[in-house]
Design a protein around this ligand. Structure first.
Ligand code: AMP
Ligand code: ZN
Length: 115
């Protein structure tokens, strides 16, 4: 499958890994928008949040467990944002489910919707 994040997980494309366990992989975003900007992904390919279902949703809990661990390790144990973009209108550019973990800056709340 021609998926950028599957290739990063497989080590075929370089990435800066910050966390890995049996089901979850996390690496630094190549174009960070905050001092901490980590992408947390399931190792098993899921194309986006709209594809989460009762067969694969357990990994989402694991991703949030990993997020808390990573935030602690990065020095922001109790102040961070987790975002997932799904589909064209939300600006999803990589079609492998990923959660942006953002921390280290005071964030506004507009979600960049443009409205
Ligand atoms: P999204 O727009 O929500 O689909 O997010 C995709 C994210 O992947 C963007 O924030 C990109 O900066 C990031 N990205 C794209 N290519 C790479 C890469 N090779 N390594 C790390 N992050 C990447
Ligand atoms: Zn993938």
């Amino acid at each position: 499958m021609d998926c950028l994040f599957c290739k990063i997980i497989a080590g075929e494309i370089p990435g800066t890994k910050v966390y890995e366990d049996e089901d979850v992989y996390a690496f630094r975003d190549i174009n960070p928008i905050a001092p901490v900007h980590v992408l947390i992904v399931p190792k098993k390919h899921i194309s986006g949040a709209s594809e989460i279902n009762s067969d694969n949703s357990a990994v989402v809990a694991k991703i949030f467990e990993a997020a808390a661990k990573i935030a602690r390790a990065e020095g922001y144990p109790d102040s961070f944002r987790i975002v997932t973009n799904c589909g064209e209108d939300a600006g999803q550019t990589v079609h492998h489910l990923h959660f942006h973990l953002l921390a280290g800056v005071k964030m506004g709340w507009s979600a960049n919707t443009g409205i």
